[in-house]
Every structure is written in structure tokens, then in C-alpha cells.
Design a protein around this ligand. Structure first.
Ligand code: HEC
Ligand code: HEC
Ligand code: HEC
Ligand code: HEC
Ligand code: HEC
Length: 406
């Protein structure tokens, strides 16, 4: 979620080596083991995998997701529909193309989260230098191996029944090393939480999901990122781009309120009961709440409209926070509509719209207009098209006026 911005790069490059996830938080022995595992697992940059063990078949030695998918069919099917598989996106690549092809440190500052394997980066460098880089390729963004394979050794959670493979069990790819880290929210924090010394505005890091979660009831009740985003261990990772996921995280009610003659009154109430962090957590989505009176043809009467924004709005150069109206975990928000009744009004309506990539769309438009950035235009236009396709209506409700007794 970082964008082309020189000031940000400086901070990123400077602190890339301190990108630890768990250090300093350890308490119990189990906790310390997880922290130590994660520090090794998410080194920056990741070392190359090296030579596969001689006994591995080509299939076992392969890091390609499709090859894992020949045996792990369900994970492969799920992952292809998830944004993790699309992390080498036009939006990312367009920005890499704007940088110099040999600016590997700058690329690295993005790839540690978007395509973390050394093997992916080597391939991408070649493609960028030859001007043949393509979005969606270069081994597919955040792959199975990115999360599960180091030095050709698989790592994963215990089996579902809690058992672990016996030593020297005759399993493909020599089985796997079990770590409780896979069930821990800190596993996700490696990329969904900025370290403390990374860019912040108004005292809040630009990516602060794990901290928001830690301060919530969900953390106290041991409900991890995985519980909500990987239920039944599914590899779907649905988030704000998915209407159903977002709708299920919120309680929403639109109800009429007592009003004097000639006036209308209604409350829209949103409770963040099932989002494990702020709704939304990042600076990039925008949610708008639109309350208005409607005429008998179901048209909104313009003068009666009230618009509210739910977002952490920042300036395009990420130097200022303009407003933060997000709804924190367990917080509720009430929008009270109180207005004179319009002569043509027959109903009051509420509509909530989600623009998951609002900030990115603005950013791409600005970059495409800026003469200082002449490269990467075809890819950035593709990114803009994608960002403009993601908005959806989250909620819609209509309260007729003139109901007897109201
Ligand atoms: C600390 C991890 C991290 C780093 C480093 C990072 N990103 Fe991201 N990026 C994310 C996450 C998480 C998301 C998804 C959430 C969001 O949309 O903000 C994301 C989303 C994006 C998106 C929107 C989705 C898409 O793929 O089109 C773009 C574009 C992007 N990042 C570009 C970059 C660029 C360019 C850099 C380097 C300057 C970078 N990122 C560095 C974690 C990271
Ligand atoms: C030839 C088939 C095959 C291929 C290819 C394969 N695996 Fe496996 N994998 C297995 C089998 C079998 C197990 C053991 C399951 C068991 O004993 O519960 C396993 C176990 C695992 C586990 C541990 C599962 C758990 O319950 O925690 C992970 C993680 C894993 N594989 C990841 C991968 C990844 C990533 C790739 C590709 C880079 C891959 N595997 C390629 C067959 C395969
Ligand atoms: C190696 C870095 C990395 C790790 C580890 C990681 N993610 Fe992500 N995640 C990303 C990036 C990058 C994106 C954005 C992909 C894109 O759209 O380009 C993303 C996207 C997502 C999204 C989709 C958000 C949306 O906008 O709809 C969810 C949900 C998510 N991740 C949850 C998780 C969870 C839960 C974990 C832990 C099990 C996790 N991630 C681990 C890098 C990571
Ligand atoms: C963003 C990191 C990430 C990526 C990418 C990822 N996994 Fe996983 N995987 C996990 C986590 C975390 C768990 C454990 C979830 C839990 O314990 O709730 C897991 C669990 C598993 C398991 C055990 C599943 C079970 O039902 O017991 C297998 C097998 C596996 N992954 C294979 C894969 C394969 C194959 C791919 C690619 C198609 C893949 N993973 C991609 C993070 C990832
Ligand atoms: C109690 C369930 C729950 C927990 C726990 C939870 N999430 Fe979410 N998450 C959601 C829901 C629902 C959404 C969709 C609404 C939204 O975007 O706020 C979401 C959205 C997201 C998004 C989309 C981006 C955005 O701006 O909102 C990301 C990324 C994400 N979660 C990552 C995480 C990570 C990382 C953790 C753990 C630190 C986590 N989530 C914990 C329920 C949960």
C-alpha cells in the first residue's frame, strides 16, 4: 500500500532491515518460539532457496503454485481467487516501471510484501531490464512458497487433528516443519502492519491493522486474523473487495424517528461488530453514506441529500491526514437525518457505497497527468480501470413516509 513517493522511499529503504514483526512482544515460551520463527521466516530480503535436496522429484522441487496445486487442490483453487495471487498487479508494476530498471533497492522495498521470494525478484529484474515485465506473471505475487517454503523445506501448521508428521515419515517434499506461528495473527502482521519507525500520520502508522486488532475485543477473545479471513483454513482472504464479507462484519439499521409535522427524521446506525479492526483499516478505501428524500418515481431529490464519509483520508502525497472517520472495532456510529419534508417527498432512503480502491484510483489519475512520470502509462491505465471497477453498494433501504401511525 505504499506509493511512488520519494519521501516514503527514503524511510522505507532506511528501515528495511528492522522490518521485524514480533521482536519485543514475546512473553511465554510458546510466544517466544513464534516470534523467533517469524523473525527467521520474514527476513528482508529473503535468501534464495538454494539447491533442492537430491531426492526431490522436479514436482517437489518446484516453487510454482500450480505445481503445489497438483496435490493441494483446494488451496490452489482458493488462492487463485484471492488478492494475494494478484499482488503482482498492474498498480504495483506500473510503479516499478516508473523507477529505473536497475533500482533494485527501490523495487525490493515493494516486493518484500508483494512478491517476497528471491527467485521471483530475480525473474522480475530480468523482465524489467528487458522491458518485458507483465502484470499477473513473474510467479504470481504472494505465492504458496512465499508463505510456506524456505530453503526448499515446507513449513506449516499442525494437522487439523493437532498431530504433527512423524520424523522421517515417507511424505512428499520430506513432510513439513510444524509451527504454531501459522495460526497466530503476527504471521499476517509481517505485511499488514508497519513497524513502529515507518511512516505515520497523526501518530497512527499508515498500515496499522495488527495494532488495531490487538486493541480490540477480538484479540482478547483469541479471534485471530486467520479465524475471520481463513475460516476452516480456506485460502480465500476475503476483505473489503468482497461485499458479503464486509456486510457480515457490520450491523446496519435504518429506522424512522419521531418528527414534527412538516419534517422528516430517520437514523442510520452502523455497528462494527465483526470487523476485527477499524472499518476500513487502510487509507485506501472510501465508504460513503448517502441519506436523502425520494419522490414517487424513486428519484433522489437533490436538495435533500446528506453525504457522510467513512474513511481515513490522506493527501495524495501521503504527507497529511485530512480526516479519520473510520469506525473502530465495536464502535457504533449514528447518522441522524433531520430535515424539513420536501413537497415531492414520499420516502427517505439510505445507501452505503464502498469504493475499495478510492485512493489508488485518484493516485493513478494524478500520476498519468504528471509530465514527470512518462513511463509505465499502459500499465497504470490498466490499474486505473481495475480500481474503477471495484466499487459496490453495501446497503440500501427505503422508508416510506405517510405510513399510518408514523
Ligand atoms: C509492508 C508491506 C507492503 C509494502 C512494503 C508495500 N505494500 Fe503495497 N500493499 C500492501 C498491502 C497489505 C496491500 C493491500 C491493502 C491495501 O489496498 O492497502 C497493498 C496494496 C497495494 C496496491 C493496491 C492493490 C494492487 O496491487 O493494485 C498497490 C498499487 C501497491 N500496494 C503498491 C505498492 C508499491 C508501489 C510499493 C513499494 C513502493 C508497495 N506497495 C509496498 C502491503 C505492502
Ligand atoms: C506430490 C504431491 C505434493 C506436492 C507437489 C506438494 N505437496 Fe505439500 N503436502 C503433500 C502431502 C501428501 C502432505 C502431507 C499431508 C499430511 O500428512 O497431513 C503435504 C503437506 C504440506 C503442508 C503441511 C500441511 C499441514 O497440515 O500443515 C504444507 C504447508 C504444504 N504441503 C505445502 C506445499 C507447498 C507450498 C507446495 C508447493 C511449493 C507443496 N506442498 C507441494 C503433497 C504435496
Ligand atoms: C508477504 C506479505 C503478506 C502476508 C504475510 C500476508 N499478506 Fe495479506 N496481502 C498482502 C498484499 C500485498 C495484499 C494486496 C494484494 C493486492 O491486491 O495487490 C494483501 C491482501 C490481503 C487481503 C485482501 C484485502 C482487500 O483489500 O480486500 C486480506 C483480507 C489479507 N491480505 C489478509 C491476510 C491475512 C489474514 C494474512 C495472514 C494469514 C495475510 N494477509 C498475510 C501481503 C501479505
Ligand atoms: C499469505 C500466506 C499464505 C499463502 C500465500 C498460502 N498459505 Fe497455506 N496456509 C497459510 C496459513 C496461515 C495456514 C494456517 C491457517 C490456520 O491455521 O488457520 C495455511 C495452511 C495451509 C495448509 C494446511 C491446510 C489444512 O487444511 O490443514 C496447506 C496444505 C497449505 N496452507 C498449502 C498452501 C498452498 C498449496 C498454497 C498456494 C496455492 C498456500 N498454502 C498459500 C498461509 C498461506
Ligand atoms: C472478527 C473478524 C476479523 C478479524 C479478527 C480480522 N479481520 Fe480483517 N476484516 C474483517 C472484515 C469483516 C473485513 C471487511 C470490512 C473492512 O474492510 O473493514 C476485513 C477487512 C480486512 C482487510 C481489507 C482492507 C481494509 O482496508 O479494510 C485487510 C487487509 C484485513 N482485514 C486484514 C486483517 C488482519 C491482518 C487481521 C489480523 C491482525 C484481521 N484482518 C483481523 C474481519 C476481521
Amino acid at each position: 500500500m505504499i506509493l511512488l513517493c520519494r519521501c516514503l522511499f527514503a524511510v522505507l529503504l532506511f528501515s528495511a532491515s528492522t522490518f521485524g514483526t514480533a521482536a519485543g512482544q514475546a512473553e511465554s515460551k510458546a510466544d517466544r518460539d513464534i516470534a523467533a520463527f517469524l523473525d527467521r521466516h520474514w527476513q528482508h530480503p529473503l535468501p534464495p532457496q538454494g539447491q533442492p535436496p537430491a531426492a526431490f522429484s522436479p514436482l517437489e522441487a518446484s516453487l510454482a503454485p500450480a505445481d503445489c496445486g497438483t496435490c493441494h487442490v483446494q488451496q490452489w483453487r482458493d488462492w487463485q481467487t484471492a488478492l494475494h495471487s494478484k499482488a503482482m498487479s498492474p498498480g504495483l508494476l506500473g510503479q516499478l516501471q516508473v523507477m529505473l530498471p536497475d533500482a533494485t533497492d527501490e523495487h525490493q522495498a515493494c516486493l518484500i510484501c508483494h512478491a517476497p521470494l528471491a527467485e521471483q525478484q530475480a525473474e522480475l529484474q530480468k523482465a524489467l531490464a528487458a522491458r518485458k515485465a507483465k502484470a499477473g506473471s513473474h510467479a504470481d505475487g504472494l505465492t504458496c512458497a512465499g508463505c510456506h517454503v524456505r530453503s526448499h523445506q515446507r513449513h506449516g501448521p499442525p494437522r487439523r487433528d493437532g498431530t504433527t508428521p512423524a520424523k522421517n515419515a515417507p511424505l512428499p517434499h520430506d513432510g513439513w516443519q510444524v509451527s504454531a506461528a501459522y495460526g497466530d495473527s503476527r504471521f499476517c502482521a509481517a505485511c499488514h502492519q508497519f513497524p513502529a519507525d515507518w511512516p505515520a500520520l497523526n501518530g497512527k502508522l499508515l498500515e496499522n491493522t495488527h495494532e488495531e486488532w490487538k486493541a480490540s475485543r477480538h484479540a482478547r477473545e483469541n479471534r485471530s486474523c486467520q479465524n475471520c479471513h481463513m475460516p476452516d483454513r480456506r485460502h480465500l482472504w476475503r476483505g473489503i473487495h468482497d461485499r458479503e464479507m464486509t456486510r457480515n462484519g457490520l450491523d446496519i439499521a435504518f429506522s424512522p424517528q419521531p418528527a414534527a409535522k412538516g419534517r422528516v427524521a430517520a437514523d442510520l446506525k452502523i455497528i462494527n461488530r465483526g470487523v476485527g479492526h477499524a472499518f476500513p483499516t487502510y487509507v485506501t478505501p472510501r465508504v460513503t453514506v448517502d441519506l436523502a428524500q425520494e419522490d414517487s418515481a424513486g428519484r433522489i431529490i437533490p436538495d435533500t441529500r446528506e453525504l457522510h464519509v467513512i474513511a481515513r483520508q490522506v493527501s495524495l502525497d501521503l504527507s497529511r491526514e485530512l480526516a479519520d472517520t473510520r469506525i473502530l472495532a465495536d464502535e457504533s456510529r449514528r447518522y441522524a437525518y433531520r430535515r424539513p419534508r420536501h413537497a415531492r417527498a414520499v420516502a427517505i432512503s439510505a445507501r452505503i457505497r464502498v469504493e475499495p480502491d478510492y485512493f489508488y484510483a485518484d493516485f493513478y489519475r494524478a500520476t498519468l497527468r504528471d509530465p514527470a512520470y512518462a513511463k509505465g502509462h499502459a500499465t497504470l491505465r490498466q490499474a486505473l480501470r481495475l480500481a474503477e471497477q471495484s466499487p459496490y453498494i453495501l446497503y440500501q433501504s427505503r422508508l416510506p413516509l405517510d405510513v399510518p401511525g408514523r
